[in-house]
Design a protein around this ligand. Sequence first.
Ligand SMILES: Nc1ncnc2c1ncn2[C@@H]1O[C@H](COP(=O)(O)OP(=O)(O)OP(=O)(O)O)[C@@H](O)[C@H]1O
Ligand SMILES: [Mg+2]
Length: 158
Amino acid sequence: MSLGKGAPPAVASLDRVSCPVERDTDRFSVQHEARGLAERAGFPRLAAIEIAIVASELTSNVLKYGVRGSVVVEAIDDPARGPGVKVTAFDEGPPFTDFDQALSDGSDENGPISVSRFANRGGIASGLGAVRRLSDACGWTPEPRGKSVWAVRWLRRG
Ligand SMILES: Nc1ncnc2c1ncn2[C@@H]1O[C@H](COP(=O)(O)OP(=O)(O)OP(=O)(O)O)[C@@H](O)[C@H]1O
Ligand SMILES: [Mg+2]
C-alpha cells in the first residue's frame, strides 16, 4: 500500500470520464460514471461498486473541504500490475497539513475528534479511511490551483 504525498503511478490511461463537482447532487453522476467505467474496465460488480464508493467519498470531500473542483476516473494499465482504475479528485482548497492523520477513522488532520464534536460536525471522519481500505494506493498532489487526491485500485489486488 502506497500512501501519502506524491504522484500516482505513471501509467497509460485507456478510458476516461471527467465530472464537475460543484453541488451535492454531483455525487450521483460521479458514482454512476465511476461504476460504469470500472465495469467497462473488467471489474466485477462488487469491485465496481467499491470504486464508486471511493469516487463518492472523494467527491464529498471536494465539496466539504475543497470548495469545488472535478473528479476524473480513468482505466489504467500497468506492465507489472495489469489493469486498474484511478480516481483523481481535484479541488481548489488548501493543502493537507497531515494526510496520514486524515486517513485515520475518526480523525481529521489535527488528530482524533472528540466525542463532543461528532454530533455537529457532519460526518464521522471515515471517508478517507474507506478510500484507503477500498484502494491499493492513495495520496495527494499539489496542483497549480489547489490539489488533487488520488486513489488506485488494481483488478488483481494484493
Ligand atoms: N479535499 C480535502 N481538502 C482538505 N482537507 C481534507 C480533504 N479531504 C479530507 N480532508 C481532511 O481530512 C479529514 C478526514 O476526511 P474524511 O473524508 O475521512 O472525513 P469527513 O469528510 O470529515 O467525514 P465523512 O467522510 O465520514 O463524512 C477531514 O476532516 C478534513 O480535515
Ligand atoms: Mg469525507
